[in-house]
Design a protein around this ligand. Structure first.
Ligand SMILES: [Zn+2]
Length: 991
């Protein structure tokens, strides 16, 4: 799945462009069979039930928070964008709460070293009994009622019974009218009872006589389901065909992580792979799609309907099965490469009127399929690639095998009309999902605790593909500037968690689709690949895939394949990176020709105690080669201990972590840091990004100083690279955010910013040249926006002119690449008229990115009444809950709005809670992106007092992340306010 969209992080410390629509919990399921029985769950093993009840008891305790004052945990991390089922969170195994009533107030006592991720065994997972295994499904869906939003289905599962049993357990969720029978050796047995446990999402079928061991029994179930609007299972999306006013629906599936069971009864675990036959009955005018190509379309006798039947799928996991139906159209191409002598058809499907916007994704997909077939040295395994734009979608995209589904903004792109940033996003998301067709689909993780590997790898290799096709985008620079920094931010907090976390059941899976799994995960994979050498690394990956084709494998199996390919002990290198929280900062000391390098855990709050600092990571040092002398060559590749010394070094010029391949920060002596700041021309883009980003993080934590950071930024006026400028702007806006509540400092920093941005902004200007590349286009927007917020008069005037021409009917007055910037400037510098105009634009926006751009722009509003109006709109009926965070995060970055945002959250919490708690992921995300920007001690204390008495189930981690972040900002402000003031004075920015 793709949930994390790094480029959004440019404007927000914890942001996410994922969207979730409320998925309300439905725990009460009425099953016809159930009502006729009195006993429930009679056949669930007593021991298992006892253990489960214990966990549930904890789960259900009022006021429960998933960590105790002495445990560490932190597993949820939900700044993410993962969707998901609505439910309250439960603790991960490994840190059972000692006090179920603990709330966040003991944050500072949480220690990462107490987190335990001992190997999970089958007993630690709430899985289906072992004696029944699915081999093949024959599934039919029919009676689709697109007014009442219901459907019926029948599934016959070929099962293997390995031990005599009189019960069969199978996963179901929100399915009704269940009927079940088993046929063995020609004899059919109706289930005597069907007991549904809605919390465990399973039905237990009990038969009156024991079922014998057999290689083949046929389990048949009839059921009905709901075409829900919760973006899970088999669900509906509402949309309007362009140029029409009437809303209509399309229907598609989303099964990852555990929602196949919501569409049909199944053995819904990733390692219970089986083959599938599928048919669906739809109106004649509809298109029906599934993982495999259709083999037949048979008209129903009624004349209005047809039965579409699909080819048998290869052996696969349930979470990757998919289908969709509705009024679709498509654009098509084929791969260039031949597979078994045939070029594979690649299509992008959309609803009516949108297919041309799929062209860009289509061209990329065809090339990328060929590319991965070469990289993995395994042919793309299916006979076709379909991609479908879905109007309501909880994630970015989903890698269903052969039928990849996307939210519209992750697959559609309109040249000249869409913001070019979306081009980068579409290409990358397509690559990420296609990578999963091998890594994830062909070879699947054994269990959900290894989700990080699936996602971390797809993220890394997705960017690898984009780097291959768009070398001028400098995607590794982008990775260092965005993905890595976002991973660092979350992992710098005590409330972070290890990459690999224990997952017990469906309820816990959704919580780990976060920045740690995706972004720290992909960063450590990049670090490993760079240490082993990319070719060696990919050779190991290919061997791993070949060995486990159509099966499941664990992280250890990948490490073994990589060890074999590289001759290094990969498990030893990676183990602590995967299993402990956090990352190190290297403290560097210099004497003559010797460097002493010591690693310690980095926390952005700066208060690292001995108990935080027990991990000794393997750290690839990446010393610049010109600094090495022959004597020092041998010893310096990696740090394997707490501290090491390297002698015989030419200390005239050196840099650690060259290329920023390692997931760590570096703290140089002040003089060295200043020296690096004057040798920027020797550093690559990634190294310049790393230098600025590290300086900002170290200023925040107190390991470095804000004056060094500001001096570094001051020396970067000549910079010409967008990604470096982006990092500069992020660093300066962090300083402005932390110190800006002091009016004098705010004015001084604004003056500094104007001087910093103006020359570059004026040099680049407004005019797009024919040959402008992607990064130049981006840079123009960034500099115009930054200079305007610093008060650049002529830029503001030009933006206002364009804005007014645009709203006078000349849509070509604003280049699509600058729309967000121009709207923001006009809103920030304007009043009610501009605000109303952009709001009206939001309401009528139809382009894929139009809604996102207008909502982010409105967050720049300055007038208190308008800020309050926007806050009201945020919880009104015109902004779907999937977009709430665009409003709150943009306002939280606006210094005029910040205090009003907190006031609104306090006063209207009940309304906010009611709106977003239908899906706890929405509430969790709201808290993370809205409340983490403050740097005022009073607000910090108010936040603690405000949340302390609340039942934080489902968003407690978000509160901890927000409070951790604000604590860091508060300490930063306290520690360095004078320093900043003095620096501004000394440089002439303060009167
Ligand atoms: Zn993914």
């Amino acid at each position: 799945m793709q949930t994390s969209l790094p480029w959004i992080a440019r404007t927000s410390r914890f942001s996410c462009s994922q969207v979730s629509i409320s998925r309300r919990p439905t725990l009460l399921v009425s099953f016809a069979a159930r009502t006729t029985r009195t006993a429930t769950n009679v056949n669930v093993g007593a021991a298992l039930r006892k253990r489960y009840i214990t966990v549930l008891g904890t789960f259900l305790a009022p006021g429960f928070s998933s960590t105790s004052s002495t445990s560490t945990s932190t597993s949820t991390s939900t700044s993410n964008c993962h969707p998901s089922r609505s439910r309250h969170t439960r603790p991960y195994l490994g840190y059972h709460s000692k006090s179920p009533f603990r709330r966040y107030s003991t944050l500072s006592t949480i220690r990462h070293s107490e987190y335990t991720t001992a190997k999970m065994t089958r007993d630690d997972r709430d899985v289906l009994p072992e004696e029944v295994k699915p081999v093949h499904y024959d599934l039919s869906i029919f009676n689709i009622d697109n007014k009442a939003f219901t459907y019926s289905g029948t599934v016959t599962v070929d099962i293997k019974i390995t031990k005599e049993t009189s019960t069969i357990s199978i996963n179901v969720k929100e399915l009704d009218n269940l009927k079940a029978s088993v046929t063995v050796g020609g004899a059919s047995h109706e289930a005597a009872s069907i007991d549904v446990d809605s919390k465990r999402e399973r039905a237990t079928l009990t038969f009156s006589s024991p079922l014998q061991v057999t290689e083949l029994a046929k389990l048949k179930l009839d059921f009905t389901g709901v075409l829900n609007n919760k973006m899970a299972g088999f669900y509906r999306s509402e949309y309007k065909v362009p140029g029409t006013t009437e809303a209509t629906h399309m229907f598609s599936t989303q099964f990852e992580s555990c929602d196949a069971r919501q569409a049909f009864p199944c053995f819904d675990e990733p390692n219970l792979k089986a083959t599938f036959d599928f048919s669906i009955t739809v109106p004649n005018s509809w298109t029906a799609l599934s993982n495999m190509p259709a083999i037949s379309e048979t008209p129903e006798p009624s004349g209005d309907l047809k039965v579409v039947r699909f080819e048998t799928s290869p052996k696969m996991s349930t979470y990757l099965y998919a289908w969709a139906c509705g009024e679709f159209e498509y654009v098509e191409t084929t791969t260039e490469r031949k597979y078994n002598g045939v070029q594979i058809p690649v299509r992008v499907y959309t609803t009516t009127g949108l297919k041309e916007q799929g062209q860009f994704a289509l061209e990329n997909a065809a090339k990328i399929v060929d590319y991965f077939s070469e990289v993995f040295d395994i042919d793309y395994p299916l006979p076709k690639v379909d991609m479908l734009a879905v109007h309501e979608f909880s994630h970015g995209a989903m890698e269903n095998w052969g039928l990849i589904t996307y939210r519209t903004t992750a697959v559609l792109y309109e040249e000249g009309k869409s913001d070019p940033r979306y081009k980068n996003r579409v290409a990358y998301v397509v690559a990420h999902e296609l990578a999963h067709q091998w890594f994830g689909n062909l070879v699947t993780m054994d269990w959900w605790n290894e989700l990080w590997l699936n996602e971390g790898f797809a993220t890394w290799v997705g960017w690898l593909a984009i780097d291959n096709f768009y070398p001028d985008w400098d995607v590794w620079g982008q990775f260092v500037a965005e993905s890595m920094q976002t991973g660092f931010q979350l992992d710098s907090l005590r409330s972070s968690h290890p990459i690999e976390v224990p997952v017990r059941d469906a309820l816990e899976v959704d919580q780990i689709f976060d920045h740690i799994s995706y972004l720290k995960g992909s960063s450590v994979i990049r670090m490993l690949s760079s240490a082993l050498g990319q070719q060696t690394f990919l050779k190991g990956v290919s061997n791993y895939l070949k060995k486990h084709t159509y099966a499941n494998a664990t992280t250890d199996a990948l490490w073994s394949a990589l060890s074999e390919a590289s001759g290094q002990d990969v498990n030893k290198i990676m183990d602590l990176w995967i299993k402990t929280t956090g990352f190190p900062v290297l403290d560097v000391k210099e004497t003559a020709d010797t460097l002493t390098i010591r690693q310690k855990r980095f926390l952005s709050t700066g208060d690292v105690g001995p108990e935080d600092d027990e991990t000794v990571w393997w750290v690839p040092l990446g010393l610049t080669s010109e600094s090495l002398t022959t004597a020092s060559q041998e010893a310096v590749t990696a740090l394997n201990e707490k501290e090491t010394s390297i002698s015989g070094l030419n200390t005239d010029y050196y840099k650690l972590n060259i290329g920023q391949n390692g997931f760590y920060r570096v703290n140089y002596p002040v003089e060295r840091f200043a020296k690096l700041g004057t040798s920027l021309d020797k550093l690559s883009v990634a190294d310049r990004i790393g230098l600025v980003a590290d300086a900002q993080a170290l200023a925040l934590s107190g390991d470095g100083s804000t004056s060094s950071l500001l001096s570094l930024l001051q020396g970067m006026k000549e910079e010409s690279n967008f990604l470096v400028w982006q990092t500069i702007a992020t660093a300066l806006s962090a300083v402005q955010g932390a110190f800006g509540s002091n009016a004098e400092i705010k004015a001084g920093l604004k003056k500094f910013a104007l001087e910093l941005y103006s020359p570059a902004a004026e040099k680049l200007g407004w005019t797009f040249a024919e040959g402008d590349d992607f990064l130049t286009t981006q840079l123009r927007g960034l500099l115009i926006g930054a200079a305007a917020s610093a008060g650049h008069e002529s830029i503001i005037a030009e933006a206002k002119r364009q804005f007014s021409a645009y709203f006078s009917g000349d849509e070509s007055a604003i280049n699509a690449a600058l729309k967000l910037r121009v709207f923001r400037i006009a809103i920030a510098e304007g009043g009610k008229d501009e605000y109303d105009q952009v709001w009206a634009e939001y309401l009528k926006a139809t382009s894929p990115d139009g809604k996102e751009i207008t909502l982010q722009s409105l967050g720049k509003v300055k007038d208190a009444d308008l800020i309050n109006d926007y806050l009201e709109k945020m919880i009104g009926d015109k902004i779907p809950t999937q977009n709430t965070h665009y409003v709150s995060s943009s306002l939280a970055l606006n210094s005029d709005a910040k205090p009003l945002v907190w006031k609104f959250v306090k006063e209207r919490w009940d309304d906010i809670f009611k709106l977003l708690s239908g899906n706890m992921v929405l509430l969790d995300r709201f808290v993370r992106v809205t409340l983490n920007k403050f740097s005022d001690e009073t607000i910090l204390e108010e936040m603690k007092a405000f949340f302390e008495p609340k039942d934080q189930r489902g968003y407690d981690r978000a509160v901890r992340v927000a409070i951790d972040s604000v604590s860091g900002n508060v300490s930063w402000k306290k520690r360095d306010e004078k320093v900043v003031e003095e620096w501004l004075k000394e440089k002439g920015y303060l009167a």
